[in-house]
Design a binder for this molecule. Sequence first.
Ligand SMILES: [Zn+2]
Length: 185
Amino acid sequence: MKWLAFIAAVLLAGCAKPEPRVTAGPFEANGPPVTIAEFALDGKARGLVSVPRVELSDDQWRARLSPISFKVTRHKETEFAFTGKYHKTHDAGIYRCIGCNTALFYSATKFESGTGWPSFYEPIAKENVEMRVDNSLGISRDEVVCRRCGAHLGHVFPDGPEPTRLRYCMNSASLEFVPFPKETK
Ligand SMILES: [Zn+2]
């Protein structure tokens, strides 16, 4: 009977396959609440949720991110064009924040900008990103950051395609692409 119990346990574990993590671990759940839009694995909107902002020290971020993701998200560096892993990706799914897993962009809004950076015409939800004025490099640009963890994602420019005419020029290093499950496609 032992092996039957084992098989049952494996089957149950399979059924209980968790959704990708939206709420962060306890050591991260230390900031004031922030309201973001939540999205299921298959891309369905689940409505707004209140979650603690993710606030970590530089050392904690360095420990959990790759060197390039750390430099881009926490110190606003820009990856070299055509070097990121997503500028040519066209699979169906959701691009999430590398720092806190917040959903940021639907693959359907990604377009070929020719810039060498993944480019989108709109974020998945206005609640999930924040715009800030960035006056570095001697010019004024609109910086895009993750609402939940403050990760630098890239900039937005007014030269994108319809329907928004905006170009969200993102760093691959700030993103984690999660493809839709096969059975829904
Ligand atoms: Zn984030």
